[in-house]
Design a protein around this ligand. Structure first.
Ligand SMILES: C[S@@+](CC[C@H](N)C(=O)[O-])C[C@H]1O[C@@H](n2cnc3c(N)ncnc32)[C@H](O)[C@@H]1O
Length: 384
């Protein structure tokens, strides 16, 4: 308990509630929801556990100090005065990442540069030498969050963002972010209790994230590294202990998780990713046009998908959305159909009224996650 410290999990707009619940389930303490973030407490082992397991956070920060600063000179001084030699030595590398809000500081790159100068000058003065900056694989990632004059400084315990799970091969498909995909599935209320289909699965992100949820598989099991691997207090034995205990909690997946895509290259990509995630025996994908498919059997089916929005993938999106609505009414009774799109115009062509609408952002695109429960009689009730 006394070794507990504060951490901040960063997430996407609209995911705070889901993330707080995930943290609670993992055993986090003193959870407080923020704006695109959730604060919590835990010890070093818990920090390892969160990074390994969490599915709906982009990164986990460990705050080190907060100071008020009125201008870039004061910012420089704050960074020049802090004992960074407790965190890195001159033979190590670091990087400063910044996000800025408010009117005083408007350029995050300039903030990072001034902070970096303060750190480097401190080392030069004290040791006549300095640690170098490395963007690619630094030993220490210093994170600045500047909100008006309040400068919150943390160290990033994750490293590259946690959506980089380690299963994605390069793709040209416009894949959805893994953290967003997992959060969306959780927002739909699915937890592995019914068959799951993504009928326009592209590179398979929803399918893989669904399997990770259904199997209680740590989200970042396939990642090679975390930033804390390079910290002075890195404890490999503790990490392995935590990893082993999480591996024991993995469950056998007893439902069908499957995907279609009409594009042969998408199916190749999806299969590669599924294989990299070690989920080939749990997920099946088929090259198929959604409009040639129909629901098999009487089981409840849960569909989560992101059809083309028309942003990057061309075509007549209005008629595509209208056809999706028609197919559902005709061939998918007893189905919970959820889809995310930023194409507000095309959504009107769906021909069904959504029973839920959730505002989200897919990258910079404001989007809606829409829910259409499809049941016997949907066709009659929701006539255009
Ligand atoms: C935005 S992408 C989906 C990306 C996916 N969520 C991922 O993470 O990779 C939309 C996909 O829908 C597929 N698609 C479009 N029309 C389709 C149809 N009628 N049947 C099946 N797939 C279709 C496209 O080939 C494309 O791969």
């Amino acid at each position: 308990m006394e070794n507990n410290f504060k951490m901040i999990a960063i997430t996407f707009f609209g995911m705070e509630e889901i993330l707080a619940k995930e943290l609670l389930d993992l055993g986090a303490q003193e959870i407080i929801k923020g704006n695109r973030s959730v604060n919590f407490k835990g010890d070093k082992g818990f920090m390892y556990k969160v990074n390994l397991c969490i599915k709906t956070a982009i990164k986990i920060l460990k705050p080190i100090f907060s100071k008020k600063v009125r201008n870039t000179n004061e910012l420089y001084e704050v960074f020049n005065e802090f004992p960074w030699e407790n965190y890195i030595s001159v033979d190590k590398t670091f990087v400063v990442e910044s996000t800025v809000f408010g009117k005083i500081f408007t350029h995050s790159k300039y903030v990072s540069l001034k902070a970096k100068d303060g750190i480097v000058d401190r080392f030069k003065k004290k040791f006549n030498d300095r640690p170098n900056v490395s963007i690619k694989d630094p030993d220490l990632i210093i994170n600045i969050h500047l909100n008006d004059n309040l400068c919150n400084v943390s160290i990033n315990s994750s490293g590259s963002n946690l959506n980089q799970r380690g299963y994605r091969k390069s793709t040209n498909i416009a894949p959805i972010n893994e953290v967003l995909a997992s959060g969306i599935i959780k927002l739909t209320g699915w937890n592995g209790n019914s068959d799951f289909l993504d009928p326009m699965c592209g590179s398979g992100t929803f399918l893989i994230e669904a399997a990770l949820i259904a199997g209680n598989i740590p989200g970042n099991l396939n990642r090679n590294s975390f930033a804390f691997n390079k910290w002075n207090d890195w404890d490999l034995n503790l990490f392995n202990l935590i990893k082993d205990s999480q591996l024991k909690k993995i469950k056998k997946i007893n439902i069908n998780i499957f995907g279609y895509d009409k594009s042969p290259s998408a199916i190749v990509k999806a299969k590669e990713n599924i294989e990299l995630a070690n989920l080939s025996s749990d997920i099946k994908v088929f090259q198929k046009d959604f409009f040639d498919s129909k629901k098999e059997g009487g089981n409840n089916l849960h569909i989560v998908t992101n059809p083309p929005y028309g942003e990057r993938l061309k075509g007549d999106i209005n008629s595509l959305y209208s056809k999706i609505g028609d197919s559902l009414k005709l061939s998918f009774s007893n189905t919970n159909f959820w889809f995310i799109s930023s194409n507000f115009e095309a959504m009107k062509y769906f021909g069904l009224r959504p029973s839920r609408k959730i505002k989200l952002f897919n990258g910079k695109l404001e989007s809606r996650l829409l829910f259409f429960p499809i049941y016997e009689g949907t066709k009659k009730i929701h006539k255009k």
